[in-house]
Every structure is written in structure tokens, then in C-alpha cells.
Design a protein around this ligand. Structure first.
Ligand SMILES: NC(=O)c1ccc[n+]([C@@H]2O[C@H](COP(=O)([O-])OP(=O)(O)OC[C@H]3O[C@@H](n4cnc5c(N)ncnc54)[C@H](OP(=O)(O)O)[C@@H]3O)[C@@H](O)[C@H]2O)c1
Length: 273
């Protein structure tokens, strides 16, 4: 339990757990409520949702029924592409607050860098941040090119960039750029939607530590300094995915996992989505 609460400190001093719980494609209502409650009972203290997932209401209900203090749970949500722009984003944010039933968000993200509009959207996030309604703000699916433009024009720098990142998509240049600019990288689809279990090298390394391929993939990301948000609706897998703080991969293992890279995306390419 203690290990699960380990956190990184973002550029603005806010603590964000290294491990969060992903909720993409978990339907609203009982399904997401049960899953999030189960994750919270298993020790997770960070939940990733989005306007797009249409499950914020259930996430909020699970947070309330957990009996935990709101301040002990890190909630992230995102503004969807069709609602970008200054005024639309402010409205979207208000809707998310209402859906979640909370009075602040821990991390508010721009879901994708919608051309032309993402800079206006960022101004809205800056306002939300200054008004104290989001403790930190960030982006998702931003490339170095998008970040360069944003950093030249922003007043508040993004604290986080949530991107697809796994052993088949080792975005080293983006990671280095974010590290140099004090932007914490967060990996979505860290388990390759479960396909990591089929990667022989991860099975082999797992055998050395009595860990599963999923745990090796998550540990590799953590050791790169990346926040992870695996999703599972099964409690045994939630627990499995959280047992990643009690062992350490050797440099040679880190390198060999890094060399699995195929620049393979399961999601869209941010430059052409
Ligand atoms: N910002 C973005 O654009 C973006 C895009 C996609 C996702 N995300 C976020 O990132 C989170 C994670 O990504 P994801 O849900 O797409 O994929 P993921 O976490 O890589 O994989 C989830 C899949 O893997 C299975 N799984 C979970 N634990 C496992 C284990 N230990 N061994 C084998 N299989 C396992 C799950 O099945 P069961 O549920 O049946 O266990 C589920 O089908 C999302 O939920 C969402 O919050 C963000």
C-alpha cells in the first residue's frame, strides 16, 4: 500500500502518483464504478478519465463511495477535440467538474493537439489553473513540434505530456525533450492493450524476478521516469499491475527492452490524426 502511494513532484511542486488507473472504454454506471472502487481498494490513488470516455459520473461516484478524502485522490481528466477553443474549453471543464462531482481537478489535459485551436485551448487551461480549479495542467499526444510552439507562446508551461509509450513505441527524443523542459511524461497504453504478455523478452526477464511481462513493461517505464496508467477491470490484474515498486531492472535489461522499439502505434499519429 505504501509503495502504491509513491509519487513524483511536478514542476509546480504538486505530487502526482507514479501509478494511476486508466479508465478508457470502461462504460459509465456500475462497470466503471466497480472498477474504480476496486482500484481504490487495491491502493491506487490516481485515476485517469476524460470527457471522451463518458464515464466521469461513475468515476466521481466511486471516489465518493470509497470513503477516502478527496485530497488523497489524484483525478485527471481531459478536454475533447470537438470542444477545444477558449470558451468551449471553459464550458467543458465546468461539465467535467459537475460530472465528477468535485470542486477541483488535479490534472487537466488537452486530449489531442487540434491544429489552430490548441493554443487557444491552452489559454483556457492557464485561466483554470490560475483560478485554482486545476492543481496542474498539461497536454496529451503532443510531439516535440507541438510543444516547441506551445512553450514559445505560453505563460504557464505544461506540467505533464500524456502520450502513447510502450516497448514497441520508445519515444526517446520526446522523452528527452520533456525531461529538459521539466514536463513529466505519462504513458498511455503502457501494456500495449495486453499484448505485452506475448513479448518473449519481457517473459524471459520476468522469469528472473518472478514478475509478469506486464509488470516488466511497467517497471521499464517507471525506471525511465515515466508515470504509468494501466487499465484493467479485473481486480487480480489491478493488483498485479501495482506490484512494480519492489524490484529493479538492470541497465542491460533496460537497454534490451529499449531495443524492442518498432515505432509502432496502436493509436493515431499526433501529426496526422
Ligand atoms: N491520452 C490519450 O489519448 C489516451 C489514449 C488511450 C488511453 N489513455 C489512457 O491510458 C489508459 C491505459 O491505456 P489502455 O487502457 O488503452 O491500454 P493498456 O492499459 O495498455 O491495456 C489495457 C488492456 O490490457 C489488459 N490488461 C490489463 N492488465 C493486464 C495484465 N496484467 N496482463 C495482461 N493484460 C492486461 C486489459 O484487460 P482487462 O481490463 O480485461 O484486464 C485491457 O484490455 C487508458 O485506460 C486511458 O485512461 C489515454
Amino acid at each position: 500500500m505504501e509503495a502504491l502511494s509513491k509519487s513524483t513532484v511536478l514542476a509546480n511542486g504538486i505530487r502526482m502518483p507514479w501509478l494511476g488507473f486508466g479508465t478508457y472504454k470502461i462504460p459509465d454506471g456500475k462497470e466503471v464504478e466497480d472498477a474504480v472502487l476496486s482500484a481504490l481498494e487495491s491502493g491506487y490513488r490516481s485515476i485517469d478519465t476524460a470527457e471522451l470516455y463518458e464515464n466521469e459520473k461513475g468515476v466521481g461516484r466511486a471516489v465518493r463511495s470509497s470513503g477516502l478524502d478527496r485530497k488523497d485522490i489524484f483525478i485527471a481528466t481531459k478536454v475533447w477535440n470537438t470542444n477545444q477553443g477558449y470558451d468551449e474549453t471553459l464550458k467543458s471543464f465546468d461539465r467535467s467538474l459537475k460530472n465528477l462531482g468535485v470542486d477541483y481537478i488535479d490534472l487537466y489535459l488537452i486530449h489531442w493537439p487540434v491544429k489552430v485551436r490548441y493554443q487557444e485551448t491552452w489559454r483556457a487551461l492557464e485561466r483554470i489553473y490560475r483560478d485554482g480549479l486545476a492543481r496542474s495542467i498539461g497536454v496529451s499526444n503532443f510531439t516535440v513540434g507541438h510543444l516547441e510552439i506551445l512553450l514559445k507562446n505560453c505563460e504557464v508551461r505544461p506540467h505533464v505530456n500524456q502520450v502513447e509509450f510502450h516497448p514497441f513505441l520508445f519515444q526517446k527524443d520526446l522523452l528527452d525533450y520533456c525531461n529538459r523542459n521539466d514536463i513529466r511524461v505519462e504513458a498511455w497504453r503502457p501494456l500495449l492493450r495486453g499484448e505485452v504478455s506475448e513479448i518473449p523478452l519481457l517473459c524471459e526477464i520476468g522469469g528472473r524476478y518472478r514478475k509478469t511481462p506486464a509488470q516488466i513493461a511497467l517497471r521499464w517505464l517507471l525506471q525511465l521516469g515515466i508515470v504509468v496508467i494501466p487499465k484493467s477491470v479485473r481486480r487480480e490484474r489491478m493488483i498485479e499491475n501495482s506490484r512494480i515498486f519492489d524490484f529493479e531492472l538492470a541497465d542491460s535489461e533496460m537497454n534490451s527492452i529499449g531495443s524492442l522499439n518498432r515505432n509502432m502505434r496502436l493509436g493515431p499519429d499526433p501529426d496526422s490524426f
